[in-house]
Write a protein that binds this ligand. Structure first.
Ligand code: ADP
Length: 434
C-alpha cells in the first residue's frame, strides 16, 4: 500500500509537478487515516460494551482483525458455557453429598459450602461467604484442631447449628493451598456406641454378683473342707444353685435378644390358635401363682393371630409372669383377649401397686427396673419387657402399658387388624369396635 502510494506520488510529481502531487498524497493519507480511526472507534465501542455481539463490517484492514476477534469471543463463550455446566454439575453433586462440605481458600476464608454444612454450622449463604472459618466456629476444640495442623484423624464436636447433634469433622487439603472441611452427623452412631458400652457394663454388673457368691462359697469349701457340716454344705449348694440359675436365665435372655436382633432370623409364621394359647397362659399363671392370687380369664373374641407361636407364647407368658411376680398376694389378676380401639389385644391386668408414670416409657429398656430388689428376689433379669417389645415389633404389634399408683397396671400386646384372623361371628364385633 505504502509502496503504491510512493510510486503514485513520484509519477504524479513527474507529470503534474511536486506541489499538486504532494497535496494529492496528503489527501489520500487523510482519507486512509479517517477510515482507520473510524474502525478503531467502532472496535473501542464494541469492547467497552463488552456484550460480545457481532462487529459491523470494517472498511479497512481492520476487517480481518474484527473477524478474528469475533471468532475468539465465540470460542471463549463456548468454553465459558462448558465450564459453567461443569461447575453447575459439581455444585449439584456437592449439594447432594449427605455430608457437609465447606471449601476454604488459602487464607482460611469460606469460598463455598453446601446446604448440609449450612445446617451443621448455622451458615448463611448471603453473609458468610468470604468469612474466616475460625470466626464463625468458635469452639475451642475446633480452634485447637485447626492449630494442630494434623488432619489425619477427624474431630468430634457439637454442631453449632443443630441441637443435640454430634459432628465428626475433618479437614482435607486439595489443590494449591486450598482446604475442604467435611462434616458428618454421627449422633446416631454415638448413641449406639453409648448403648453398647452401657449394655456391656450392665451385663458385667449382672454377672458379677452371682459369680462372687459362687466363688465365695467355693473358696470357703476349699479353705474349710473339714469344718463344714453336711447341712451347711447342702444349704450353700442351694444358694449356689440359685445363683447359677440366675446366670443361666440371664444368658438365655441375652441369647434370645441376640437371636431376635439377628437379621437372618426371619419370622416363621402360622395361624396361632389364641383360645388355646390364652388357656395355656392361664394354666401357667395358676401354677406360678400357686393359689396366691385370684386369676380371672376373659375371652371376648375367637379371633386368631398370624405369627410365630413360640415367640408370642414366650412374650405373652412374660407379661403373665411379671403380673404374678409384682402383684402382692390376695390381689386379683385378669387375663383378657379382645378388641380395643381397632386392635386385637391380649391384656394382663393386675391390682398390684402400680408404676409411677415417669418409669413407664423406660420399662422396655434393657435392665431397667423400678424395684431392683424385688426383680432380683423374684428371679428377674431385667430383660423380659425388652424381649416382649422386640417380639411384638416383629409382629407389627405394640406393647401398651397403663398403670395407676395404688390401683394396678395393665400390660397389653395389641395386634393390628392385618395380623388378626377373624372368626365369623367375631367379624362384625371386631369391625364395629374398629
Ligand atoms: P424383670 O426381669 O426385672 O421383671 P422386666 O423387663 O420383665 O424385668 O420388667 C421391667 C420392670 O418393670 C420390672 O423390674 C418391674 O419393676 C416393672 N414391672 C413389670 N411388670 C410389672 C407389673 N405387672 N407390675 C409392676 N411392675 C412391673
Amino acid at each position: 500500500m505504502l509502496a503504491l502510494l510512493l510510486l503514485g506520488t513520484l509519477t504524479a510529481g513527474v507529470m503534474l509537478g511536486w506541489m499538486p502531487a504532494l497535496l494529492l498524497t496528503i489527501l489520500i493519507l487523510l482519507v486512509y487515516l479517517y477510515r482507520h480511526l473510524r474502525d478503531m472507534a467502532v472496535l473501542s465501542a464494541w469492547l467497552v460494551a463488552g456484550e460480545g455481539g457481532n462487529l459491523p463490517a470494517a472498511s479497512s484492514e481492520w476487517d480481518e482483525i474484527f473477524y478474528g476477534l469475533e471468532r475468539l469471543v465465540r470460542r471463549n463463550k463456548r468454553g465459558t458455557a462448558r465450564l459453567m455446566a461443569v461447575l453447575d454439575r459439581f455444585e449439584h453433586a456437592a449439594q447432594a453429598i449427605p455430608d457437609g462440605v465447606i471449601m476454604l481458600n488459602e487464607q482460611g476464608q469460606i469460598d463455598w459450602f453446601n446446604q448440609i454444612a449450612a445446617e451443621h454450622f448455622d451458615l448463611n449463604e448471603k453473609t458468610d461467604r468470604g468469612q474466616f472459618m475460625t470466626y464463625l466456629i468458635r469452639q475451642s476444640a475446633f480452634q485447637e484442631y485447626l492449630d494442630r495442623q494434623d488432619f489425619r484423624e477427624p474431630l468430634l464436636m457439637k454442631s453449632t447449628g443443630l441441637r443435640d447433634t454430634t459432628l465428626s469433622v475433618q479437614m482435607v487439603a486439595f489443590g494449591d493451598q486450598q482446604r475442604m472441611l467435611i462434616s458428618r452427623d454421627v449422633t446416631q452412631f454415638e448413641k449406639v456406641e453409648a448403648m453398647r458400652r452401657d449394655f456391656v457394663a450392665n451385663v458385667s454388673h449382672e454377672l458379677r454378683t452371682p459369680l462372687t457368691v459362687v466363688g465365695g462359697f467355693l473358696e470357703t469349701f476349699v479353705d474349710n473342707r473339714d469344718m463344714i457340716g453336711q447341712a451347711d454344705f447342702l444349704h450353700y449348694c442351694e444358694i449356689m444353685l440359685q445363683q447359677t440359675d440366675r446366670m443361666r436365665r440371664l444368658v438365655e435372655d441375652l441369647l434370645t435378644l441376640s437371636r431376635l436382633e439377628s437379621a437372618q432370623n426371619r419370622l416363621v409364621e402360622s395361624v396361632i390358635d389364641m383360645r388355646a394359647l390364652v388357656q395355656f397362659l392361664y394354666d401357667d399363671a395358676l401354677t406360678l401363682s400357686a393359689g396366691r392370687h385370684p386369676i380371672v380369664l376373659r375371652y371376648d373374641s375367637d379371633a386368631d393371630v398370624l405369627g410365630n407361636a413360640d415367640e408370642l407364647s414366650s412374650a405373652l407368658g412374660n407379661l403373665v409372669s411379671n403380673a404374678i411376680r409384682y402383684t402382692p398376694p390376695g390381689k386379683a389378676i385378669y387375663l383378657e383377649w379382645g378388641w380395643r380401639e381397632g386392635q386385637m389385644c391380649f391384656g394382663v391386668r393386675d391390682e398390684g401397686e402400680g408404676i409411677e408414670p415417669h418409669h413407664i416409657p423406660r420399662l422396655t429398656e434393657r435392665f431397667y427396673r423400678v424395684d431392683r430388689g424385688r426383680s432380683r428376689e423374684t428371679g428377674g433379669t431385667g430383660l423380659g419387657l425388652a424381649i416382649v417389645k422386640h417380639v411384638l415389633t416383629r409382629h407389627q404389634a405394640k406393647l401398651v402399658i397403663e398403670s395407676q399408683i395404688g390401683k394396678g397396671s395393665c400390660f397389653s400386646a395389641c395386634f393390628p387388624p392385618e395380623r388378626v384372623m377373624l372368626a365369623s361371628d367375631d367379624e362384625q364385633n371386631g369391625m364395629a369396635t374398629a
